[in-house]
Design a protein around this ligand. Structure first.
Ligand SMILES: Nc1ncnc2c1ncn2[C@@H]1O[C@H](COP(=O)(O)OP(=O)(O)OP(=O)(O)O)[C@@H](O)[C@H]1O
Ligand SMILES: [Mg+2]
Length: 91
């Protein structure tokens, strides 16, 4: 089995064009037992994480904690309500 990670970035400078909606649905559609997905939610509004069932009080430690405060990467990963889809916020 090929274990190489594939990174898909959903980026647009304009607001309200469907970035969050696309990211959540793409992640959920791709997630299977043999293809785990980590949704990196790099919007400080944390909409994608919240939509996936991560409670606001559980957003930290976040990716920001890892980048700025030396937390290990796994500390920022949360399970979501979607099987095989984890999320990491940047709050
Ligand atoms: N394919 C689509 N068809 C119709 N409506 C859509 C579609 N994708 C997203 N929307 C709607 O458009 C609105 C904006 O979507 P979304 O929040 O995903 O955008 P965004 O780019 O993440 O916004 P922001 O810049 O505020 O983070 C939402 O109301 C969403 O339900
Ligand atoms: Mg958004």
């Amino acid at each position: 089995m090929d274990r190489t990670a594939v990174v898909i970035a959903v980026v647009n400078n304009k607001g309200g064009v469907g970035k969050t909606t696309t990211s959540i649905n793409l992640g959920a559609a791709l997630a299977t037992p043999r293809r785990r997905v980590l949704l990196m939610d790099l919007d400080s509004q944390a909409s994608a994480s919240l939509w996936c069932g991560v409670e606001r009080g559980r957003l930290k430690p976040s990716a920001a904690s890892c980048l700025l405060h030396g937390y290990p990467v796994h500390a920022a990963v949360r399970p979501t309500s979607v099987p095989h889809l984890d999320a990491s916020s940047v709050e």
